[in-house]
Design a protein around this ligand. Structure first.
Ligand SMILES: Nc1ncnc2c1ncn2[C@@H]1O[C@H](COP(=O)(O)OP(=O)(O)OP(=O)(O)O)[C@@H](O)[C@H]1O
Ligand SMILES: [Mg+2]
Length: 187
């Protein structure tokens, strides 16, 4: 005999994109913590760690970056359809990857957020020292320096992370998720 039908639970995906140092990790962790407090199951798929696990064989050519983004969007969708609030923190330099992710997931449960921050500010922050390493010639194909970051054409939300504190950006993102109806299935 089948048991009772479990309550419907559908998650959603927040895809945070922007230059290295724009604030993707910072905001995904702040907003992730708030979503947990609100009762959501949360997974953060954060750039470097996910890359090490999913795509250790891939480099940073356009083809490789696009393939990696496809893998991440596929897994994000699996998590989201099982009730998880998924925060993706990934540079995502190409518009094709953003569109593919949105198409994979469907439009209503996908929020694309561009963390707009000038290169000079990101370079000054340099939270991982990667810009310094690029200057020293130790890193090639660095987004924003010798590899492109295409301006997002269709983000659902733009946060100017150079001009406001992280807490303000996090609040704006949380408010956007509330207003756009993403949080209605919270258990
Ligand atoms: N409004 C803001 N939103 C997010 N981060 C901010 C903001 N203002 C200042 N910061 C600071 O900018 C830095 C952003 O670093 P963070 O590691 O989050 O960037 P990232 O986008 O994840 O970079 P990477 O692509 O290299 O992983 C942090 O030190 C954070 O405190
Ligand atoms: Mg990061």
């Amino acid at each position: 005999m089948p048991g009772p039908t479990p309550p419907e639970s559908e998650g959603f995906i927040v895809w945070l994109e922007g230059l290295p140092g724009a604030g993707k990790t910072t905001l995904s962790s702040e907003v992730g913590a708030r979503l947990k407090e609100a009762g959501w199951k949360v997974e953060v798929l954060d750039g470097d760690e996910v890359r090490r696990m999913f795509s250790p064989e891939l480099g940073f050519t356009r083809k490789d970056r696009e393939l990696h983004a496809r893998r991440v969007s596929y897994v994000s969708r699996m998590l989201a359809r099982n009730g998880v609030a998924v925060l993706v923190a990934m540079i995502t330099p190409y518009e094709t990857s953003r569109q593919a992710a949105r198409a994979e997931v469907g439009t209503t449960r996908f929020t694309e957020v561009w963390l707009r921050c000038p290169l000079e500010v990101c370079q000054r922050r340099d939270p991982k020292g990667i810009y310094r390493q690029t200057e020293q010639g130790l890193v090639k194909r660095m987004t924003g320096v010798d590899d492109p970051f295409e301006e997002p054409l269709n983000p659902d939300l733009v946060l100017d992370t150079s001009s406001e504190p992280a807490a303000t950006s996090a609040q704006k993102l949380y408010d956007h998720l509330t207003q756009s109806g993403q949080l209605v299935h919270a258990q």
